[in-house]
Design a binder for this molecule. Structure first.
Ligand code: SF4
Ligand code: MG
Length: 341
């Protein structure tokens, strides 16, 4: 593998009484140190399951995982749970959406950060506690020497998120995965947390994966973007290419549901109609076709019968998308949309 992280044809399938839930079905991407990938999609698109599989959280469960995940020369899908445990929280770390589910209510913030450090480092309790204070300071908690003795419920939502980031970063992870890290926070705190992740990334040179349904977050922080639908990749490329000329109608919908810059942040135009597909029985052809407003522009019902391949977008270095519309179709649709705007 030529990249720090290389994911090849990752599949995560869950056998259930109703059939096999294909949460992740053939996902590939690569990421270098110091770079950020944004994984975007609705809930149920497979973005959280993808990241959980990167951390080996499926090990010991009934999930069937195949494909390869290469991290700095190690292959993680076939790695034993024991070896994985020495990576998790150390070389690879995760920031969860809900800090309360990751922080234990009965232990102080400081004790939890110190413990996360001691799991991977042979240091005294006092040294680990100093490290916890240092991390709280680093993530911008005021009076860290005092706050280190607080319990999670004594912290505000934004401070708990910072405390969890401190815990995730205490071992200087080389790969940091942040699953909806700002969803529960108000806009100001959101911006601060994104700044913090970006600063820490610069300082430690980690690779970062940020999972979100919010393209605004991706535009703000990511280098590359992966758009998932029904457990599959439907578009991938640099943020610059994809946000400038998204190729897939689902990505158009996501972009249109972005709050308009400078406008009312609650204004959401034209959100995608309909609901996410069943992961047990994905629609035939293009999985997005039941919701796509443009399928009639493709002749012979190909959208409902033939699965579109991921094809390179000419003139870009890695932008790919899976849609049967021709380049001419897309130009027409885009200029019609511009006329309406
Ligand atoms: Fe829409 Fe057809 Fe493109 Fe799928 S392949 S996104 S249904 S136009
Ligand atoms: Mg999720």
């Amino acid at each position: 593998p030529s990249s720090f992280l290389e994911v090849r044809d990752l599949r995560v399938h869950f056998p259930t009484d109703d059939g096999i839930v294909k949460s992740v079905d053939g996902v590939s991407f690569a990421l270098q140190k110091g770079q950020t990938l944004g994984i975007v999609g609705e809930s149920g698109s497979g973005k959280s399951v993808t990241s959980a599989a990167l951390l080996g959280l499926h090990k010991g469960s009934r999930a069937r995982v195949s494909g390869e995940v290469w991290l700095d020369g190690d292959e993680l899908v076939s790695m034993s749970e024991q070896d994985m445990r020495s990576l998790r929280g150390n070389k690879v770390s995760m920031i969860f959406q809900d800090p309360l589910s990751a922080l234990h209510p009965f232990f102080t913030i400081g004790a939890q950060i110190a413990e996360a450090y001691r799991v991977h480092h042979k240091v005294s309790k006092a040294e680990a506690r100093d490290r916890a204070v240092e991390m709280l300071k680093r993530v911008g908690i005021p009076q860290p020497e005092r706050r280190v003795k607080d319990y999670p419920h004594q912290f505000s939502g934004g401070m708990r998120q910072r405390a969890m980031i401190a815990m995730s970063l205490v071992c200087n992870p080389e790969l940091l995965i942040a699953d909806e890290p700002t969803t529960a926070l108000d806009v100001t705190v959101q911006a601060q947390i994104l700044d913090l992740i970006r600063d820490l990334q610069e300082e430690f040179g980690s690779a970062v994966i940020i999972i979100t349904h919010d393209l605004g977050v991706v535009a703000e922080i990511a280098d590359d973007i992966l758009v998932m639908y029904g457990g599959r990749r439907i578009e991938y490329g640099s943020v610059r290419d994809v946000l400038k000329t998204p190729e897939h109608p689902y990505a158009w919908g996501l972009l249109q549901s972005m709050p308009h810059l400078g406008g009312d942040v609650t204004e959401r135009l034209n959100p995608i109609q309909g609901s996410p597909p069943s992961l047990i029985n994905l629609p035939t052809g293009c999985a997005f076709h039941p919701r796509c407003a443009f399928k009639d522009q493709v002749p012979d019902d190909r959208c409902s019968t033939e699965r579109p391949e991921l094809l390179p977008v000419p003139g870009t270095d890695k932008h790919i998308a899976a849609c049967h519309l021709t380049a001419e179709n897309k130009i027409e649709i885009r200029s019609a949309a511009d006329r309406l705007a």
